[in-house]
Design a protein around this ligand. Structure first.
Ligand SMILES: [Fe+2]
Length: 211
């Protein structure tokens, strides 16, 4: 185990241990709504897809942007935690640029930003990501996507879920065509929650439907 992996192991164990201190509020047993996959699912293979997106293995720098820790939890429709769920997430960098050959944005690529991660949920359905708040980006001439993280969630015996996680208190949320197509309860499930008014840690609960 190299130093980075050891640090990841210790950090993951730490978050998994304290996650139980925070209650998980969900809107009844509503399922997490699906949302567009978007055009930028990663297609360039990369070795480092661990939970820490702020550093890339073999690169010495740290990603630009505001660091945020996402404490996630996966439940089924009966609110039972699900372990060994595959959580595949990708997002733009702090400048709003995806590390994807089809992203024609002129915003800079950040070589220190991992951009893509795949992890498994652990005990009590928990998972964690350390990342940066993605930048907003233009989706069309008049449409600016608010900061969001794309998720693809899968586990045998459950419907695969493609969705997007949004950030609390972002004014662009109210103008986003995708998010505003959801009702209030759905939006509530799609917008991560602050922990103790902290901006650096967010809770995000995902509810899957069994087949
Ligand atoms: Fe996107």
């Amino acid at each position: 185990m190299n130093i980075k992996n050891r640090r990841i192991f210790l950090t993951t164990s730490f978050w998994a241990g304290i996650f139980g201190l925070f209650s998980t509020k969900v809107s009844g047993a509503s399922l997490t709504p699906s949302d567009s996959q978007g055009p930028f699912y990663p297609i360039t293979p990369q070795k480092d897809k661990d939970f820490d997106l702020t550093q890339v293995e073999g690169v010495t720098g740290v990603a630009k942007g505001t660091i945020v820790n996402i404490r996630g939890k996966i439940l089924d429709e009966n609110l039972t935690p699900l372990e060994n769920v595959t959580i595949d997430m990708w997002q733009a960098n702090a400048a709003g640029r995806y590390h994807h050959p089809h992203d024609t944005s002129l915003a800079p690529i950040d070589k220190n930003f991992q951009g893509w991660a795949i992890v498994q949920s652990g005990m009590n359905g928990t998972f964690n990501f350390k990342t940066i708040i993605p930048g907003a980006y233009k989706a069309s001439g008049t449409w600016i996507r608010p900061p969001h993280i794309h998720f693809k969630i899968s586990k045998i015996g459950y419907h695969e879920l493609l969705t997007q996680m949004y950030f609390p208190d972002n004014e662009l949320n109210e103008k986003d065509f995708l998010l505003q197509s959801k009702n209030a309860a759905e939006k509530d499930l799609m917008i991560a929650k602050k922990v103790n008014d902290s901006d650096d840690t967010l809770k995000y609960t995902i509810i899957l439907k069994s087949i």
